[in-house]
Write a protein that binds this ligand. Structure first.
Ligand code: ADP
Ligand code: MG
Length: 629
């Protein structure tokens, strides 16, 4: 459980304590006493003294080691000067400081390990069948399109499609969802899941580096490099604070005795004022603050990832906690993005043929509409028949099929191309099709809302979100219907991607600075809005890579209900951060005042410091645990 460094530290602590206990029962005096006491001081404090020296040499001396070194050496010097032989205090200060450090490194290491265990999704190998035998291969070496075998109990190493086999998958490490998911031939499968019972043959669709599992690990590993405002505050605070207390201590040591001597004609009493100044220095050590804040954020990010929500940095956790407005994209975000064909109207050719052209033209698009069309068409597509594909975000696609110009898209696309189309009055998303400039009919498709969408909106309301808004490129009638079903506060429809950005900017302008706006989306066309919003939330499973890349928070299982959960987690984490800041600074100020007044001695000071630190660290670790909602 402990690493080597921690074991050595523990040993040093124990040896020093034992030595002090023995010395307590052995009466010594003079130089012998000094030497005998300096041994445990050296054992426990040599690295601190070295660090302090190094700091002075590099002219970056105002750190904790410097405070500890000055305070303890000062105390020893005082004992020598007064010939009291009272070295115990200096050693005890060093000892407690090191016990605190040890506890902190143990707790931090432990929570880091917890988080990595949580994220224990990195697959070590992939099985490849060669000459009828399974071979274990480094997943990095598997090319796209290879066939890999995943046995029961193994992790799926690379994203792909199931070729054969049926099984249940445990996706909890990725999505926080504890129910197993059943898969069979033809299903898409993402890496990082655990195969529970059947043998699966999978054709890979991505390289290992591009697979879900690698992306997630990247995200989590880089998360702590993005600092939140609170963390920034702490490092700025420390930069001002440490020199300030050092000068204050110096003033405390020099000014009162001078005033007494010169101004009041009293004995200067140097010893007791220097002692107060040294106590003041020991008290001022800001360890609890410096340690517990980043640890709280780290634990918060870990807790969120356990719930299937990836937060890319502690700054986003902070913003998330202040979110008051949530703006949603419709297709793929609130709805499943799996369209069913409802009807084919005014077709100028056989329905089958119309579907074929539409599916071919859409064959390269990653839009949910395109995927649904290809599925509805159901037959193998010969992609070599399609050339010159152009996707018009928020409008549709243009392509050449068998050399003919085919356009598939909404009213706007037809208007833009100047094609005389027949408007449709059914409720649903309309795909008009034109071939070589002639109108060829339209396909009505419709989508259903996600099973948890309504609950998600309600959960957001009860989590204190003031406004929920939906933006969509889809038709007015469809948008209204969805908004009403879900109980959204506002809806804007028939927007192009650029209009979505405009609309979000309007909402950003209209809100108070403190209330943050989150945008939730899934598509490539949502990427600009995701980065424009105060905080961008992307769908992790269905979402496009561009959206996941642009987002600050990723929902692993595309469940909008997780947004409310993420907000609650972030609030809890921030609450803990503030508790720790207030607690640590408060106790610190009280002790500083007591020290300056000469009421607190060094013992009390170091006890208070280590105590505060231990409590703050324990409090920080609470952020790792999330209640089920
Ligand atoms: P949303 O904002 O709901 O996610 P989009 O902005 O992606 O929707 O698309 C808006 C509209 O543009 C769709 O409802 C559809 O009419 C049209 N459209 C977008 N992409 C395509 C496509 N690949 N094929 C056909 N129509 C499309
Ligand atoms: Mg969308």
């Amino acid at each position: 459980m402990m690493n080597k460094k921690q074991k050595i530290m523990l040993l040093r602590i124990l040896v020093a304590v034992a030595w002090m206990i023995v010395l307590h029962f052995v009466p010594t005096t003079g130089l012998m006493r000094f030497i005998l006491y300096m041994v445990p001081y050296g054992i426990i404090g040599h690295d601190i003294l070295r660090k302090a020296l190094k700091g002075i040499r590099n002219r970056q001396m105002f750190d904790e080691s410097f405070l500890m070194a000055v305070a303890t050496i000062g105390a020893i010097a005082l004992a020598l000067y007064a010939q009291s032989g009272e070295y115990t205090e200096a050693i005890a200060v060093m000892l407690f400081y090191q016990i605190g450090e040890w506890f902190q490194s143990y707790a931090v290491g432990k929570s880091r390990r917890n988080i990595s265990a949580l994220m224990d999704i990195r697959p070590d190998y992939a099985n490849v069948e060669r000459d009828g035998k399974l071979e274990r291969v480094d997943p990095d070496e598997i090319e796209v399109g290879s066939v890999i075998v995943v046995q029961p109990g193994e992790k799926v190493p690379i994203d792909g499609i199931v070729l054969s086999g049926v099984s249940s998958l445990n996706t909890s490490a990725l999505t926080g969802e504890s129910l197993p998911r059943d898969v069979q031939a033809g299903d898409e499968i993402i890496s990082g899941c655990i195969n529970l019972n059947g043998l699966l043959k999978i054709q890979t669709t991505k390289e290992f580096g591009e697979s879900t599992v690698s992306k997630i690990l990247d995200l989590v590993e880089n998360a702590s490099s993005r600092k939140s405002k609170s963390e920034d505050f702490i490092s700025k605070f420390a930069r001002v604070y440490t020199p300030a207390v050092c000068y204050a201590a110096l003033a405390l040591a020099i000014l009162p005795p001078l005033v007494r001597m010169i101004g009041m004609d009293l004995p200067a009493d140097w010893g007791s004022w220097i002692y107060r100044a040294l106590t003041f220095l020991v008290i001022s050590c800001p360890c609890a603050l410096v340690i517990s804040i980043p640890l709280s954020f780290f634990a918060g990010i870990g807790g969120a990832s356990k719930a299937g929500v990836l937060v890319k940095g502690s700054n986003y956790l902070e913003t998330l906690s202040q979110t008051r407005i949530v703006v949603f994209d419709k297709t793929g975000t609130l709805t499943q993005g799996v369209f069913e064909v409802e009807g084919i109207h005014h077709s100028q050719m056989e329905d089958e043929k119309l579907m074929e052209y539409a599916a071919l033209a859409e064959s390269a698009s990653s839009h949910p509409i395109s995927k649904s069309l290809q599925r509805a068409y159901g037959k193998e597509l010969d992609r070599s028949r399609v050339t010159d594909i152009q996707e018009r975000s928020g409008n549709g696609v243009l392509a050449k099929v068998d050399g003919m110009k085919v356009a598939v898209g909404n009213d706007k696309l037809m208007e833009h191309l100047g094609i005389d189309f027949i408007p449709c009055h059914s409720v649903g998303t309309i795909l008009h099709i034109a071939v070589d400039g002639e109108y060829a009919g339209h396909i009505v498709i419709s989508d259903v809302v996600k099973p948890h969408a309504k609950e998600a909106i309600r959960a957001l309301k009860s989590a204190g979100i003031q406004k929920t808004v939906m933006l969509t490129g889809d038709r007015h009638s469809v948008a209204e219907q969805v908004a009403q079903d879900l109980g959204l506060d506002a809806v804007y429809s028939e927007l192009l991607p650029a209009d979505k950005v405009d609309q979000v900017e309007k909402l950003l302008d209209a809100k108070p600075e403190k209330a943050k706006l989150a945008f939730v989306g899934d598509g490539i066309n949502d990427a600009p809005v995701l980065s424009r919003a105060d905080i961008g939330i992307a769908m992790g499973a269905m979402g496009s890579d561009a959206a996941i890349e642009a987002a600050d928070v990723v929902l692993m299982d595309d469940n909008p209900l997780q947004i409310a959960k993420a907000i609650k987690i972030s609030r809890k984490c921030l609450r803990i951060v503030y508790q720790n800041i207030i607690f640590a600074i408060g106790i610190k100020l009280i002790c500083l005042a007591l020290g300056a007044l000469g009421i607190a001695n060094m013992w009390l000071a170091i006890f208070a410091d280590v105590g505060v630190m231990i409590l703050a660290v324990l409090n920080a670790i609470r952020a790792l645990f999330v209640k089920k909602l």
